[in-house]
Design a protein around this ligand. Structure first.
Ligand code: SF4
Length: 414
């Protein structure tokens, strides 16, 4: 690691490089540690999460880019508009390593751009670019447009869709198409800063540190991972989707707004059936031999032209599946795809929709706009995702932060 902090102020357009003090590097180590340190140090109490004074911090860890198993992850931190509290959300994929390859350990974004922008980082060339033509676009269109504009087909991109632009409290950025730091309304913080995307391309590889020792560790952990995989342990085969059966067995699979922990149709939801039916392809995070992550063959679905689409993770199969009474795995795969495109957190979205389904079924919510909303209605589930992202009808209520505060954790304020 280089202890490099890249700071970008969207109000002043100032871009600067700082050294992370060694005491901070050793005391806070990386990821969540850095986020905790810098948010505590730099945010005033009572900071408005959607105000220009809030910050977005993207932090990598010390072993980032070394290909030691499971180290290719990164964390994004901010003050959450959903909880009004500390937020760090983690993701895998390739963005974390790419930030390191561009020469940075930590990126802090502050202020608010006057008009929509995206940030382009190519090694030490960092630019704030006009994104007026991208505003309103879905995530995948945004990724394609930036790669084309930059003439960089392999640029790693984190961007928001309409939900983040519309400051939806359960929105999230989409990264590497489906490796999202999903929690806490991070998408709305991007949106509040008029920040559509961050695109990164790096050309160096980390060479500092004891390379011999790093090589030994990589070998040792790769061997351990292989041993576990050969013994049939871990999530190498079906990823986290395999947890559906286990959770159901333990009466812990969210069912119909958590009215039960057992779903009678759980076997249809994920795991073996989904992988075989839709020809799963392994797509591990950078340097990870476990490879729990896969994509599915897009040609099986008439609602997308993409060749590969994300296989939903357990949390999505739970919250947009059993928790909404949905057992048709194509519907859950489609809902996951729409959440990635619109920029919605699948966990909070499924939780909110399930709550509405139960309230309607119990006669607590009545009226035309609630017609047909019930557990197991695939069509309504998909329809509600768009309503939330564009804050229309019932979606407007689910897009508000007060709604989820009451649902989940009560009001917190720091
Ligand atoms: S492939 Fe799975 S186990 Fe490996 S780093 Fe990514 S999320 Fe973790």
């Amino acid at each position: 690691m280089n202890n490099e902090l890249l700071r970008i102020n969207l109000t002043t357009k100032q871009i600067s490089l700082e050294k992370i003090p060694e005491s901070v590097v050793y005391s806070y180590v990386g990821g969540t540690g850095y986020i905790t340190y810098y948010l505590y140090k730099e945010l005033e109490p009572k900071t408005d999460p959607l105000g220009p004074e809030n910050k977005i911090i993207i932090a990598t860890g010390p072993a980032q880019g070394t290909r030691i198993p499971i180290t290719g992850r990164y964390a994004v931190g901010t003050k959450s508009p959903l909880t009004n509290h500390f937020l760090d959300s983690h993701a895998g994929g390739f963005l974390g390593p790419e930030i390191r390859f561009a020469g940075y350990d930590l990126i802090i974004i502050e202020g608010k751009a006057e008009n929509p922008v995206y940030i382009s980082i190519k090694d030490d060339k960092v630019e704030i670019k006009d994104a007026k033509n991208l505003w309103g676009k879905l995530s995948y269109e945004t990724e394609d447009a930036i790669r084309e504009e930059q003439n960089e087909p392999k640029m790693r991109i984190i961007c928001i869709g309409p939900a983040g632009e519309n400051l939806v409290a359960i929105s999230c950025p989409t990264a590497d198409s489906h490796r999202n730091p999903g929690r806490g309304g991070l998408g709305a913080v991007f949106g509040s800063k008029n920040l559509k995307a961050i695109a990164v391309k790096g050309s160096s590889r980390p060479t500092n540190g004891d390379q011999e020792k790093i090589g030994e560790l990589r070998k040792e952990y790769n061997a351990r991972a292989k041993q576990a995989i050969d013994a049939g342990r871990g999530m190498n085969k079906y990823g986290t989707s395999d947890a559906v059966g286990f959770a159901n067995e333990m009466s812990q699979y969210p069912t119909r707004n958590w009215q039960s922990g057992e779903f009678e149709e759980y076997e249809k939801v994920g795991g073996v059936e989904m992988d075989e039916k839709y020809k799963a392809m392994k797509r591990p995070c950078y340097g990870c031999p476990i490879g729990c992550s896969s994509t599915l063959d897009g040609s099986d679905f008439e609602w997308t032209e993409k060749k590969e689409i994300a296989r939903p993770e357990y949390e999505t199969l739970a919250m947009l599946g059993g928790n909404c009474g949905i057992s048709n795995n194509e519907t859950i795969i489609h809902a996951n795809y729409l959440c990635n495109q619109l920029g919605l957190d699948t966990i909070s979205t499924g939780s909110g929709i399930a709550m509405v389904m139960e309230a309607v079924e119990k006669g607590l919510l009545k009226g035309e706009e609630f017609e047909g909303i019930k557990f197991g209605n695939d069509e309504k589930l998909l329809e509600m995702l768009e309503l939330i992202a564009y804050r229309k009808g019932i979606g407007e209520i689910l897009a508000r932060e007060e709604m989820h505060k009451q649902l989940n954790i009560g009001e917190l304020s720091i």
